[in-house]
Ligand binder design. Structure first.
Ligand code: BG6
Length: 535
């Protein structure tokens, strides 16, 4: 693997004592290219894409001739008005820590806007003409382009057809310059069948190496760190299997509700929104076999293998393996918040879950019998995403009266994805001075050995979109999902979605906003003798 992500993953600072932070990116500068954004007036462009572009500009990682052509439906918008809107968006963004007028000026001079309906062929004549103007001072080999589809899934199909028919994205070999790439936002499909249809369409028009399917979780520093932790250290691998691991808990909890996305969420629900992509990616990285190398295909091959080994959910197993619920009204940070069914654009009898918890098994040699518990929800008590690997309790209990150790906590390795990114390992220690002899009345307490990115490296991690956009510009595909990977994930999720569609929840279980989810989720894990962590 080459490129920024690889560069990060190879960095091995010593964390003892004062660490002198290295420049955050010792990464390769992007190829000269133009980014064409479809859906430029949407939320993603201002909330994620422009802050990421600004940061890349600030870190001098964009090529000197880099340019953006934003395509939106609003015909009244001009280069000047669009630039002004993006400027305001950067001011509002949490991801831009220091706004520097000069950096913005140099970037914004290379930002252009074209009004048009991207589902109609006329728009592509205009786009071509604008691109010719924007790229006129570049040599032919430098006219690389990537087309970013920040659009609803319903218009995905006509856009990729037009990109191909217009000649803007010709099918080409990996070594050809200029390159043309297509970046697709999630959701990629609505079901296994629609994902297969989309993949077939896309691969009938372009080569796989031209298609970048985004799962922004993969751009998160801590998610990439799962691979480093597992494969750049030798102490974990011998323990990383059913003989030592009791279970794995993967959590992605959010405090926000559905906000202004009621319409999308009604279609998606938590399973399509978080499980099919982010959570299953975390599971795949945690459970995969070591790849032969860190090349994109070697890593993705191993992820596909593990996804294919996930035991299929069936009508017999679903009732005891999966829990769904919606958030009810409640108080969060001192303010009243509405229940899901009272949110804008949500049906009063909606069946879209905002929370789910599920138990999966992976049918292979390494993981046989080890439950992987996945849960995600909106309006939860805390924003926290983590992977917690819980080890077996000791086989023989010796400490404490009659060998009873009270509430011993099993060793747990926690990879904190966000916030407070880092890794911790809990283990039991003897409380000083509490016992005369080790065998009697000894007091044992859990402690944490903790690594925090912020403390060790000073800087916090680069936002996911910054990493991912740069990877598109240098042609690094490890952090993007391949067609077979997307389909393998849908195969896991599809039976559950079909099962629920045929059996609406009557009534739909709920959980108070600001809680850790419904009671049934506690019962799900308690049935195996476990309990959920509270990150
Ligand atoms: C998105 C989902 O993919 O991920 C959102 O569509 C969710 O519903 C978001 O809020 C969470 O991402 P992050 O990076 O804020 O944890």
């Amino acid at each position: 693997m080459t490129g920024p992500s690889a560069a990060h993953m190879k960095t091995t600072p010593r964390i003892s004592g004062q660490y002198d932070p290295v420049p955050r990116r010792n990464a390769q500068q992007a190829d000269p290219c133009t980014m064409v954004i479809f859906g430029a007036t949407g939320d993603l462009t201002k909330r994620k894409l422009f802050p990421a572009l600004y940061q890349l500009a600030a870190e001098h990682l964009l090529a000197p001739h880099f340019a953006v052509l934003a395509v939106g439906r609003d015909a009244a918008e001009t280069d000047a008005t669009f630039r002004e809107k993006m400027r305001e968006a950067l001011h509002e963004s949490d991801e831009v820590k220091h706004f520097d007028e000069q950096i913005w000026e140099s970037l914004s001079a290379r930002v252009f806007y074209a009004g048009g309906d991207a589902t109609a062929s006329d728009a592509y004549t205009l786009i071509k003409a604008r691109l010719d103007g924007i790229e006129e001072h570049r040599s032919e080999e430098e006219r690389n382009r990537f087309f970013y589809l920040a659009v609803p899934p319903s218009v995905f199909e006509p856009i990729v057809r037009h990109l191909s028919d217009s000649g803007l994205v010709p099918r080409h070999d990996p070594s050809v310059r200029p390159w043309a790439r297509v970046v697709v936002e999630k959701p990629f499909g609505h079901s296994l069948q629609t994902a297969q249809h989309l993949n077939a369409l896309v691969l009938s028009l372009f080569e796989e190496h031209q298609v970048y399917r985004i799962d922004h979780y993969l751009g998160k520093e801590t998610v990439q760190n799962v691979l480093v932790l597992r494969f750049a250290n030798s102490i974990f691998e011998p323990l990383w299997n059913r003989s030592h691991i009791a279970h794995v808990q993967i959590t992605a909890a959010e405090t926000v509700g559905v906000e202004a996305r009621g319409k999308y969420y009604e279609e998606a629900g938590i399973i399509r929104d978080m499980f099919q992509n982010h959570l299953l990616q975390l599971l795949a990285l945690t459970a995969m076999e070591p790849p032969a190398s860190m090349t994109a295909d070697a890593v993705r091959d191993e992820k596909v293998k593990v996804l294919k080994s996930v035991r299929p959910l069936t009508a017999e197993t679903i009732p005891d393996s999966v829990v769904r619920a919606q958030y009810a009204a409640g108080r969060m940070k001192g303010a009243e918040v509405p229940g899901y069914r009272d949110e804008a654009d949500v049906a009063p009898d909606s069946q879209s879950p905002t929370y789910a918890a599920a138990r999966f098994y992976i049918d292979n040699w390494r993981w046989q019998g080890v439950p992987f518990y996945l849960r995600s929800g909106k309006r939860m008590a805390k924003r926290a995403s983590e992977i917690a690997v819980q080890f077996h309790t000791p086989p023989h209990r010796m400490f404490g009266e009659d060998g009873r150790m009270g509430h011993l906590q099993p060793n747990t390795l926690v990879m904190r994805v966000q916030p407070n990114e880092g890794v911790s390992l809990t283990f039991e220690v003897k409380v000083p001075g509490a016992a005369v002899a080790l065998t009697e009345h000894v007091e044992v307490a859990p402690v944490d050995m903790d690594f925090s990115y912020a403390e060790a490296f000073g800087e916090t991690a680069a936002p996911a979109y910054e990493t991912l956009l740069l990877d598109v510009m240098i042609g690094e595909m490890t952090l993007f999902t391949r067609s077979d990977e997307v389909e393998a994930a849908w195969k896991i999720i599809d039976p559950l979605l079909c099962y629920w569609e045929e059996r609406p929840a009557e009534p739909m279980p709920s959980y108070p906003s600001g809680s850790w989810g419904p009671e049934a989720a506690e019962e799900l894990i308690a049935a195996d003798g476990g309990e959920w962590r509270q990150p």
